[in-house]
Design a protein around this ligand. Structure first.
Ligand SMILES: [Zn+2]
Length: 301
């Protein structure tokens, strides 16, 4: 009986947490305080995941310290701060409204909001998918993205560990596409919030079961394969929120077996924050890369 209850809890965790967070942001938007609602919800979600990781970890080994708390935190503060400033500026300045006034944009404003947000996620995802894929396949971009892949354990805390240049690249691909399409302010905020919630859920070390959701959303199960040290496995599942483009372009990977514990990169990576920021600009004396990008295609599951 207890086993069944646990299985149901594992299956309900991902959708339950995701939709609870969306509801909270919706309430905040309705009351005119989206930023406060988003930040409070995000912190509560992080706290809930911290507890769940202790109670029901996917990988017990990943609970041990990796000595990267401070760099993880500083990268997160720098990149999340940057993202929020850009998203808020976009919303405040109303870039979409300006573009709409010029008559140069298309957006189905008459559609129900939920459909507009779905469209917003799809439009942004096209840019995010290619930004991520190119970050693995182009050596110059991999230098920056390697900072994220240098983690040796996945847990909620290192979700935001991105080199700030890596974040700028993703924003340029995803956000600009959304703006050019003329997405209104609320759609931009909803898309940003959904991306943040899916991101932290994807990284968490909680033993949740996602089943068919893996074919729609980016989930912890899929993202653990993306962090594999083996390029055959790691060069897959580039989707940030949705898996549609991985499915379309043949990079979707979902083997039935357990994902690898030994994750990370083979190249060197400094242990300190400033060293990690500087690393992509340095040459290591040979190829000049922090680590070779993985260019193989994933083998079929
Ligand atoms: Zn990656």
């Amino acid at each position: 009986m207890k086993k069944h209850a646990l299985a149901v809890a594992r299956a309900l965790l991902w959708p339950g947490l995701f939709f609870a967070c969306l509801t909270a942001v919706g309430t905040g938007l309705a009351s005119g305080a989206p930023a406060v609602a988003f930040n409070t919800t995000y912190l509560l979600l992080a706290a809930a995941l911290a507890v769940l990781e202790r109670l029901m970890p996917y990988e017990r080994q990943w609970l041990a310290s990796d000595d990267q708390l401070l760099p993880d935190l500083l990268h997160t503060v720098l990149t999340k701060g940057f993202v929020q400033v850009v998203v808020l500026m976009t919303a405040v300045i109303g870039v979409a409204d300006v573009l709409a006034a010029e008559g140069g944009v298309w957006w189905p404003r008459a559609w129900p909001l939920a459909l507009q947000v779905t469209l917003g996620l799809l439009v942004a995802e096209f840019g995010l998918y290619w930004a991520h894929r190119l970050s693995h396949e182009w050596p110059i971009l991999w230098r920056f993205h390697a900072v994220h892949h240098s983690v040796e354990r996945l847990w909620f805390f290192n979700t935001g560990r991105f080199h700030v240049v890596d974040t700028v690249v993703s924003l340029a691909f995803g956000q600009i596409l959304l703006m050019l399409a003329g997405a209104p302010r609320d759609v931009v905020i909803w898309t940003g919030a959904a991306t943040a919630f899916i991101g932290i859920l994807t990284h968490c070390n909680v033993d949740m079961r996602t089943g068919w959701l893996d074919y729609v959303f980016n989930t912890p199960r899929l993202h653990r394969w993306h962090h594999s040290r083996n390029p055959e496995e790691g060069n897959s599942n580039y989707g940030e929120n949705l898996m549609i483009f991985d499915l379309l372009f043949g990079t979707f990977l979902r083997p039935e077996r357990r994902s690898p514990v030994n994750i990370g990169i083979d190249g060197p990576m400094p242990r300190g924050f400033l060293g990690q920021l500087a690393q992509p600009f340095q040459r290591d004396g040979s190829e000049g890369l922090v680590a070779e990008p993985s260019v193989g295609r994933p083998s079929p599951p």
